[in-house]
Design a protein around this ligand. Structure first.
Ligand code: SAM
Length: 352
């Protein structure tokens, strides 16, 4: 749609009622939603201690997982409402056997800026198997999670001895032509906060970009502690001891604030969701693997698209529920509110 503001620039209430904006995913604060995050599976091949208990969590019923056709239909309706980017996540998205087909079908949907941009967040373990086919299918970008470079720590943190497979996944992503490859690490006190510089050097050596994430209260065990959390400012202080960090502008709706490391081309980003929330420019909406639409990671309510899809509803009805879900979006995630309640679903079942 011509005349649409850049992502991250809320429109005013007067603008939002103009014909150009009618039918779009706009909330009551003027935020225009352009990014749909779809969880392809609540299951994961790792058991990161900050995300899942060792025994896993009660898995979603297989029969409630959206089929490829259902996913494609939701994405089509979303594109007609202004969604231009789809990020596939989980759980672990590469555990879904039809993941290449899902990417192919999503990338073939044309939105207002052309074909939807399809990206993925993954633990990387299955990238040696899938990376090439995913790129041919239309995947353009990938974020690979790697919290530590030490095998013993990786085993302790993820309860699986698979660090070498993550390294192989990063190499496979690069070899398949994915660019940028972004590496995600949740910074955790006493766990990996002595590896922040090493992780940036690893990104430099592997032609990747580094992103550090503040730990959020989304663990299945509900044991998150603000005191334990490594804050964004602390991450930057540690990095500035070693590197020259130059701010990269043009953040828009992106969750990370980004710096160029020394003379580049490596960048480091900090996603300070807790200490410096970016809710004011949030353009993201999430779909769980069982078809529940959430306007925020921390939303306390969901809109049931699964029931609609399976009850013969037409596209207009689906679009209406999507719009209503976004209209109900809160101003912020509310982590600092006295009455804050962690969502019932853990991160793995929402889609990170
Ligand atoms: N399995 C995939 C992966 O490992 O990237 C995708 C799902 S995972 C939930 C997505 C991202 O969320 C990962 O980078 C992970 O580190 C991050 N994450 C999980 N729990 C988190 C938490 N409590 N706070 C911040 N980030 C978290």
């Amino acid at each position: 749609m011509s005349g649409a503001p850049a992502s991250g620039a809320p429109v005013s209430l007067t603008q939002s009622s103009s014909p150009a904006w009618r039918g779009r995913l706009i909330d009551t604060f003027g935020r225009v939603h352009r990014d749909l995050r779809i969880s392809l599976s609540d299951r994961c091949s790792l058991r990161c201690t900050y995300c899942m208990p060792a025994e896993g969590v009660p898995w979603l019923e297989k029969s409630s997982i959206l089929s490829t056709d259902e996913l494609e239909r939701v994405a089509r309706v979303a594109a007609s409402l202004g969604i231009v980017e789809i990020r596939l996540t989980g759980g672990e998205p590469l555990l879904r056997p039809d993941v290449v087909d899902v990417v192919r079908r999503m990338a073939a949907i044309v939105g207002e800026d052309g074909p939807l941009e399809v990206s993925m967040t993954t633990n990387g373990l299955a990238l040696p198997k899938f990376a090439r086919d995913l790129v041919v299918a239309g995947l353009t970008r990938v974020n690979i999670s790697i919290d530590t470079l030490r095998a013993d720590r990786f085993l302790e943190l993820t309860r699986r001895d698979r660090l070498d497979d993550v390294f192989a996944g990063i190499r496979a992503a690069r070899a398949a032509g994915l660019d940028p490859v972004k590496l995600n690490a949740v910074a955790m006190r006493g766990v990996n906060d002595d590896e922040l510089v090493d992780l940036v050097r690893f990104a430099q050596d592997n032609g990747a970009q580094m992103r550090f994430i503040e730990q959020m209260p989304l663990d299945a065990g509900h044991v998150w502690s603000r005191v334990e959390m490594v804050q964004g400012e602390e991450i930057l202080e540690k990095l500035r001891d070693v590197f020259t960090l130059t701010p990269v502008g043009g953040r828009g709706a992106a969750p990370a604030e980004v710096w160029q490391v020394d003379d580049g081309p490596t960048t480091v980003g900090v996603i300070a969701s807790v200490t410096a929330p970016f809710c004011g420019t949030c353009d993201r909406v999430r779909l769980t693997a069982d078809g529940q639409l959430r306007s925020c990671l921390f939303a306390r309510t969901e809109s049931d698209l699964l029931a609609l899809l399976r009850s013969g509803a037409d596209d207009d009805a689906i679009a209406e529920v999507m719009r209503t879900c976004i209209i109900g979006k809160q101003a912020g995630h509310g982590i600092d509110d006295p009455g804050f309640l962690q969502p019932d679903r853990p991160m793995s079942a929402i889609g990170g």
